[in-house]
Design a binder for this molecule. Structure first.
Ligand code: UT7
Length: 361
């Protein structure tokens, strides 16, 4: 049975930066509160569509792997914030990649864990021989769906995207063990009202969102789910925390990351942290952190990676990945986003104006 090695990686972060102080200009919050409670200093706000970001990330990942669109058998797009509900997001990405016409294209929505659930799906399909080459993307355009009147959530999230290429190989690499899970009974503690069919016939405006977000409960479930899944994959793989070279966790809150690392027995020096620069980008968080950990030279040939995550649902998971024999790109793409013309604060003020009224759900 073949393995599924990660042979390409690419990220796309929108350039506009929204700092904590920017948010404090229109909301009762402060840099001090956000920094001490979450570790976040700034996040990105997209001036473009999710498809635009996914196209750039995908082209960079393909160039890194040294393959072309025609080589792809499957595109998986992990996201909760689709540009359109129908047609799906992955088909829109396929259309932007020359040569990819005709390959499979599917979306996975498990909120912040979507990229990792997609990684499992593509890996399993490569192992069965159903496909050979896959593109797995994690991306989110959260800012248009944010309730910019709610300080409990508005300070936490950001936009971004990243992609990896998976290829069939006989080498001992790729996902070695995973644990996928979901606390479905707690799904109501993280819910975005106003984004689905429930709201069509209820005199609600779709897109005018209100977040149900019980931060402290999510925090506890996040720590327990990520810790349990991490322990489970290490045990089943016959490994211990000492075998982990680098942990690339979901980044929602620095305090959550520190708790999970401590419970797993992994020192923070082995944990990749980027939450201070991007906030929580949901499905984009782990692949963006992975790309940057590789760029920073922290993922080396043969490295053992642990990637725990959680998200709405409440889904959780952990993946144990063995890196292959290459952590440098084979090629580089010249794909870029169109230039931005507005600041992050101007984009957010536009959303606030467009959705100025509060809707009770
Ligand atoms: O991928 C899934 C994403 N979700 C998460 O990761 C969320 C997990 N939860 C958390 O990260 C934390 O629970 C939060 C960062 C959301 C909140 O931190 P906390 O330490 O649990 O604060 P809290 O909810 O207990 O609120 C403490 C106080 C409250 O005021 P009172 O009632 O004590 O007067 C809040 O109203 O802080 C207030 N508060 C704020 N103050 C300034 C809440 N948000 C803000 C804010 N700025 N942005």
């Amino acid at each position: 049975m073949p393995n599924a090695g990660i042979t390409g990686w690419g990220k796309c972060l929108p350039p506009a930066v929204l700092s904590n102080n920017d948010i404090a200009t229109f909301m009762d919050t402060s840099d001090e509160w956000i920094t001490t409670r979450t570790g976040i200093k700034e996040r990105r706000i997209a001036h473009c569509s999710l498809t635009d970001m996914a196209e750039v990330a995908a082209k960079r990942a393909l160039a890194c792997a040294g393959i072309e669109g025609k080589d792809l058998d499957l595109i998986i797009m992990g996201t909760t914030t689709h540009d359109e509900q129908c047609p799906n997001q992955a088909s829109g990405v396929q259309r932007r990649i020359p040569g990819a016409e005709g390959c499979g294209a599917m979306d996975v929505n498990t909120a912040c864990t979507s990229f990792l659930y997609g990684l499992s799906t593509a890996t399993a399909m490569i192992k069965t021989g159903a496909i050979k080459n896959a593109l797995v993307i994690g991306g989110e355009l959260i800012s248009p769906f944010m309730d910019w009147n709610d300080r409990n959530v508005a300070v936490l999230f950001g936009d971004g995207c990243a992609a990896v290429v998976l290829q069939a190989t006989d080498n001992d690499e790729g996902v070695q063990m995973e644990r996928l899970g979901c606390y479905g009974e707690s799904r109501g503690i993280l819910q975005i009202h106003g984004m689905g069919g429930n709201y069509v016939h209820a005199d609600r405006l779709i897109g005018v969102t209100e977040w149900q977000f019980e931060g402290q409960e999510i925090f506890k479930k996040a720590v327990s789910g990520m810790s349990m899944a991490s322990e489970d994959v290490l045990r089943r793989a016959g490994k211990t925390a000492a075998d982990v070279d680098i942990c690339v966790p979901h980044q929602a809150n620095l305090r959550i990351i520190e708790f999970v690392a401590k419970k797993a027995g992994i020192p923070m020096e082995k944990v990749y942290v980027s939450v201070e620069r991007y906030g929580n980008m949901s499905a984009a968080t782990v692949p963006v952190a992975l790309c940057e950990a590789i760029e920073d030279g922290r993922v080396k040939p043969g490295s053992q990676l642990l990637m725990p995550a959680f998200g709405g649902g409440l889904t959780f998971c952990a993946h144990l990945v063995k890196w292959g024999n290459r952590s440098t790109p084979l090629g580089k793409s010249d794909a870029e986003l169109a230039p931005q013309t507005r600041s992050a604060l101007e984009i957010v003020q536009h959303y606030r104006k467009a959705k100025g009224h509060k809707v009770a759900f």
